[in-house]
Design a protein around this ligand. Structure first.
Ligand code: HEC
Ligand code: HEC
Length: 445
């Protein structure tokens, strides 16, 4: 019974107002007592099935129509009384679905407070829980057979212990080289799913997914979920197959009902629930966080590394990768960081903006949990953090497109001494947030 208002939030249930009902009513003055009675019964049934859970509204509709029927007062009172008894009986037959519980993400006080959460998909405890089940469900790809190689969940590529990135130790993808169920390789290295609720600049390595995208299907995290289901280089499926497969699992009707008010399983709800779950993946309890909160000290080496990281004379990383003033450890903006002189990646930032300054530019990833996020860069070219750091130390490649904030481009790198490099690496270790990487709330249910 679609008895309660859908909570997905687009149309207010306009047809439920008593004014609308009145205009639809018959000419009461012309009816005989018997017709009045029949009319009253149908009115009662109509009101009961009204797609609104507001009991006062129902009573108002019934009362106004009783007045319109011009019945005598005794009868009015009698009918109203019957209505009350009947409705309370019928309502008690249908278990009430409590509305989903609003949820606010616990975030450290020094984090930005402007979260990227769309109005039509507010976070709820039940929505997030459903999203977690779906995120880890290998049937989301729509396959109902038993060959494990034909199954795939979001977590196949986005592994919690690896910062929700693919990792170098992923049994399915040696060296972190991901491919979809069609066998097609992903166009880029996998991205971590962490602190996405703070990103307003666009998702993916090139920021394609953004409110400004002319394609209305490529604007939100909800859209990314559907893209993952249908892309040949990911689940290679269809919304219909995904929903059909989910319907085979008896746990979902209840989870959907708790999250969205009814048992209906549809792709929009799947997208919303997974997007909610992903938005809660917040990392804010690394050693460096505890240092910022005054709870823990950095060692001398970590401190020296921090200073190198955040000074122009040192390694000069902070303009793009943050620091104590930008604890996300990224600006979420796009730069050409002097990786190459040949720009053959078709899906760089330039492909989105068509602005020649963006040739070879990609999003600067957050350096939180960077130690477990290998392989590195948009194409996964560096397998270890040492390779990535050596690149910044003496491997910068000059081209006219290198971003002006790459101050060390003139010399070709930061040219730190080996002990300084070791310190820098010590500092990067302090950005590992073990609580995030093992939090049971983010794990497979
Ligand atoms: C086959 C591996 C694979 C699977 C399966 C997969 N992803 Fe991804 N994901 C990627 C890759 C690769 C990227 C980087 C995309 C790009 O920029 O080209 C990515 C990027 C993302 C991003 C953007 C992150 C950011 O910071 O911009 C989100 C969000 C995401 N995936 C969510 C999901 C969800 C939800 C699912 C399940 C429906 C999923 N992914 C399944 C490989 C995968
Ligand atoms: C001008 C901005 C800029 C500066 C300065 C900068 N980076 Fe980056 N960094 C980027 C961009 C952009 C990427 C992604 C590039 C790509 O994949 O093509 C990146 C990628 C990385 C990665 C790989 C991240 C991943 O998840 O794959 C690491 C590690 C890294 N940077 C560390 C550093 C360190 C250490 C410094 C200082 C020595 C530094 N960066 C300075 C912009 C910058």
């Amino acid at each position: 019974m679609h008895h309660f208002a859908e909570r997905e939030g687009f149309e207010p249930p306009e047809a439920c107002t008593s004014t609308v009902f009145k205009t639809a009513a018959i000419d009461h003055s012309a009816t005989s007592p018997r017709q009045k009675y029949t009319y009253f019964v149908s009115l009662f049934l109509y009101v009961f099935f009204l797609n609104d859970d507001n009991i006062l509204l129902r009573l108002q509709v019934i009362y106004e129509n009783v007045i319109l029927l011009k019945m005598n007062t005794k009868k009015n009172i009698f009918y109203l009384f019957c209505f009350l008894i009947l409705s309370s009986f019928l309502l008690s037959c249908e278990p009430e679905v409590p509305p989903a519980t609003p949820y606010s993400i616990p975030i450290p006080r020094y984090f930005p407070t402007n979260l990227h959460i769309p109005k039509d998909n507010p976070l709820t405890v039940e929505g997030i829980e459903l999203g977690r089940h779906l995120f880890y469900d290998e049937r989301l790809c729509g396959y109902l057979g038993s060959n494990p190689d034909s199954m795939m969940s979001c977590a196949t590529c986005h592994v919690q212990a690896n910062n929700f990135d693919v990792g170098m130790n992923n049994p399915r993808f040696p060296d972190g080289k991901t491919f979809g169920l069609s066998g097609a390789p992903t166009p880029h290295n996998t991205m971590p799913l962490m602190n996405l609720a703070f990103n307003h600049e666009g998702y993916f390595w090139n920021g394609l997914i953004h409110e400004s995208n002319p394609n209305p299907q490529q604007r939100t995290l909800e859209d990314v979920v559907l893209m993952g289901i249908i892309a040949p280089h990911e689940m290679n499926s269809t919304p219909e197959r995904a929903v059909y497969a989910l319907k085979q699992n008896p746990k979902y009707p209840d989870l959907f009902k708790k999250a969205f008010g009814t048992e209906e399983i549809n792709i929009v709800r799947v997208q919303k629930a997974i997007a909610q779950f992903i938005r809660t993946l917040v990392s804010g309890n690394s050693k460096f966080d505890r240092f910022l909160r005054g709870e823990e000290q950095l060692t001398a080496a970590e401190m020296r590394g921090f200073v190198l990281f955040t000074t122009e004379e040192g390694a000069d990383c902070f303009h793009c990768h943050g620091g104590s003033g930008n604890p996300l450890f990224t600006t979420n903006l796009f730069y050409n960081n002097a990786l190459s002189t040949v720009f053959d990646a078709l899906l760089d930032r330039y492909s989105v903006t068509k602005n020649s300054q963006d040739i070879g530019a990609f999003r600067a990833p957050s350096l939180r949990n960077i130690m477990v996020s290998a392989p590195y860069m948009h194409d996964g070219r560096f397998k270890t953090i040492d390779e990535a750091l050596e690149f910044y130390n003496f491997g910068l490649q000059y081209s006219p497109y290198v971003h002006p904030l790459m101050h060390k481009i003139e010399q070709g790198g930061a040219f730190l001494t080996p002990p300084q490099m070791a310190d820098l690496k010590e500092f990067l270790h302090t950005l590992t947030d073990d609580e995030f990487l093992t939090n049971p709330k983010f794990s497979k249910p």
